[in-house]
Design a binder for this molecule. Structure first.
Ligand code: NVA
Length: 312
C-alpha cells in the first residue's frame, strides 16, 4: 500500500490554492526544459480514454506523457463501451492494474468519480459535461505569461456559462484569486450551487465570482475575455435554438473594445468564427489561443507529475 492516499484531478477545486500555484510553477519550469524531467521513466503507462471527440487533449497528453518518459496508451472509448459492455467499476479495476494513471474524457461527472473510486491509481478529468480542469490549468498558465500574475486579474467569460468551461473558470479562476465574471443568457447561467462553491473559494483567495446576463457589463474593463462554443459536445441537437439565444453574446470586435486596451482574448478551441467569436478577435493581435493550445502540454505534464509523485 502507498503511504499516501491516491489523489485525483476531477474538478478544478481538487487543488488547493497553494497546490494550484505549485502546479502552475512546475508547468512553467517544464515549459523551459521540456525534456529534462522523467517522472514516468520505465516507461510507466498512462491510459487515455476518449468517449467524446478530441484533438488538443489527445495530442497534448500523448506528447506530454512521452516527454515525461512514459507511454501513452490510447483506449478507444467506443470499443471499450464503458458502462455498456462492462461497468465503470470493472473497467477501473482492469485499467488500474495496467496503468499508473488514467486520463478520461467522458460525459457525466459521476462516471469519472466512479472510475476514481475504484481504479486505485490517479484519475484525471480530460473534460466532462461539468468541468474541463486541464484546460483551465493551461489557461491560467497563459494568463500568467501575459499578465505576469493571476490574483486580482479580472476575467470575463461570455457565452454558455452552464457548460464545462464556465464552471471551470468559476472554480479555477477564484482558486487563483481572480475576479471571474460570467455573462450568459437566462437559462444558460451556471448553477447557483456552482457560483456558491466559487464564492466560498473566493473568500479565501481574495477573488470574486459574479454572474449575470449583460455581456457589456462583464467585458467592460476586463483584463481577459474568454468565450467557448455555444454547442458543447453532446448538445448538437440543440444547435438551432442555441444559435438564436446566444447571438447577443458573440465576442465581436465591438464588444472586445470595451475590455482593457491590453486585454487578451481566449478560447479553448475548436472555435466557430462568426458565431461565438469574430475572426478579427480570434486571429487578432490580442488573441492568445495558440499559446493556450500549446500550454495544454506543459500544464498537463505538471498535473501528472504532481499526481504520480503522490501529491504531497
Ligand atoms: N465546451 C466545449 C469545450 C470543448 C473543448 C465542449 O464541451 O464541447
Amino acid at each position: 500500500m502507498s503511504a499516501h492516499p491516491v489523489r485525483h484531478f476531477l474538478a478544478d477545486d481538487d487543488l488547493t490554492p497553494e497546490e494550484q500555484a505549485r502546479v502552475l510553477d512546475l508547468a512553467f519550469e517544464l515549459k523551459q526544459a521540456p525534456y529534462d524531467a522523467k517522472p514516468l521513466a520505465g516507461p510507466r503507462t498512462v491510459a487515455m480514454i476518449f468517449d467524446k471527440q478530441t484533438l488538443r487533449t489527445q495530442a497534448s497528453f500523448a506528447a506530454g506523457i512521452a516527454e515525461l518518459g512514459g507511454f501513452p496508451m490510447l483506449v478507444d472509448g467506443a470499443l471499450a463501451g464503458i458502462g455498456v459492455r462492462e461497468s465503470v467499476h470493472d473497467v477501473a479495476r482492469v485499467l488500474g492494474r495496467q496503468a499508473s494513471m488514467i486520463v478520461w474524457r467522458t460525459y457525466a461527472q459521476a462516471r469519472l468519480e466512479e472510475m476514481a473510486e475504484h481504479a486505485g491509481v490517479p484519475v484525471v478529468n480530460a473534460l466532462t459535461d461539468d468541468f474541463h480542469p486541464c484546460q483551465l490549468l493551461a489557461d491560467l498558465l497563459t494568463v500568467r505569461e501575459h499578465k505576469q500574475q493571476l490574483a486580482g486579474v479580472t476575467v470575463a467569460f461570455v457565452g454558455d456559462g452552464a457548460c464545462n468551461m464556465g464552471n471551470s473558470w468559476l472554480l479555477a479562476g477564484t482558486t487563483a484569486g481572480m475576479h471571474v465574471r460570467i455573462a450568459s443568457p437566462e437559462g444558460y447561467l451556471p448553477d447557483a450551487a456552482m457560483v456558491e462553491r466559487a464564492a466560498a473559494i473566493a473568500t479565501i483567495t481574495g477573488g470574486s465570482a459574479t454572474v449575470g446576463s449583460d455581456p457589456l457589463a462583464a467585458v467592460t474593463g476586463a483584463d481577459v475575455v474568454v468565450t467557448d462554443t455555444w454547442i458543447s459536445m453532446g448538445r448538437e441537437d440543440e444547435a438551432a435554438a442555441r444559435a438564436e439565444v446566444f447571438a447577443p453574446y458573440s465576442l465581436t470586435t465591438a464588444l472586445f473594445e470595451h475590455a482593457e486596451p491590453d486585454a487578451i482574448a481566449m478560447h479553448c478551441l475548436p472555435a466557430y468564427r462568426g458565431k461565438e467569436i469574430d475572426a478579427e478577435v480570434l486571429d487578432g493581435p490580442q488573441s492568445v489561443v495558440w499559446d493556450e493550445a500549446e500550454n495544454r502540454r506543459h500544464a498537463q505534464k505538471a498535473i501528472l507529475t504532481f499526481l504520480v509523485q503522490g501529491a504531497t
